[in-house]
Design a protein around this ligand. Structure first.
Ligand code: ATP
Ligand code: MG
Length: 205
């Protein structure tokens, strides 16, 4: 019994020392981060969670009554719970025109719709009062060559210093990763869909 008590006391002491060390390291790093500015966040990879993370960040900002906007580079008729919520809250929300057609592969129409949506992004990227801009699924537009990568990168770099931008989508281009401040790659370990489970309203869209 006494042996067990001693062992517990030793484990407790070890744990305390480890936690104190971690705390000191974290405090050191927090102190070192002194720069205050908006960031460019890229959420990429093949796993689930990119758009939900982007919208989660929008929800954070909205919670503080900060000015936010969303531009979604997907077909306008796709359902999306976040869109319905944010529109109700008065968040400017542009969805790429319904001309965008994965189905008919009408490239000219797709390009026109992508450029139209990009025009809205370009305006937001010049607005010093905008705290956060989410460009959901933008990476595909760059990968398909629907938008000019240099033009997009230049606009991102010229944006107001306090504006944060979140970009989601698979296969983020290296040039985009290079100019980003935070890049997360969501890696799929498992996905329910592969086990034959249908995508669910309120979970997957
Ligand atoms: P979410 O919107 O759920 O955060 P996402 O933005 O990371 O997903 P997308 O590539 O935009 O992923 O996915 C579009 C749709 O496909 C969403 O409904 C998403 O839940 C689903 N999905 C995401 N990853 C996978 C996967 N690895 N396998 C099957 N379906 C997926
Ligand atoms: Mg997505």
């Amino acid at each position: 019994m006494t042996d067990q008590k001693d062992e517990n006391a030793r484990l407790n002491e070890e744990h305390k020392i480890r936690m104190q060390k971690t705390q000191a390291e974290v405090r050191e790093r927090v102190k070192a981060a002194q720069e205050e500015r908006g960031t460019l966040i890229v959420l990429t990879g093949d796993g689930k969670g990119k758009s939900t993370s982007g919208f989660g960040t929008v929800a954070r900002a909205v919670g503080y009554d900060m000015s936010t906007a969303v531009v979604q580079f997907v077909k306008g008729t796709w359902p999306c719970g976040e869109r319905d919520l944010l529109k109700k809250l008065g968040v400017p929300f542009h969805v790429m025109g319904t001309g965008f057609t994965w189905d008919t592969q009408d490239r000219e129409k797709d390009i026109a719709a992508a450029r139209e949506a990009w025009k809205t992004c370009a305006e937001h990227l010049q607005n010093p009062d905008l705290h956060l801009l989410l460009m959901d699924e933008l990476t595909y537009m760059l990968n398909y060559g629907y938008l000019d990568t240099d033009e997009v990168l230049s606009a991102l770099q010229a944006r107001p210093v306090n504006q944060t931008v979140v970009i989601t989508g698979r296969g983020a281009q290296q040039s985009l990763i290079d100019i980003a401040d935070t890049v997360s790659e969501v890696k799929p370990l498992k996905h329910a869909f592969e086990a034959g489970i249908k995508a669910r309203k309120g979970v997957d869209w």
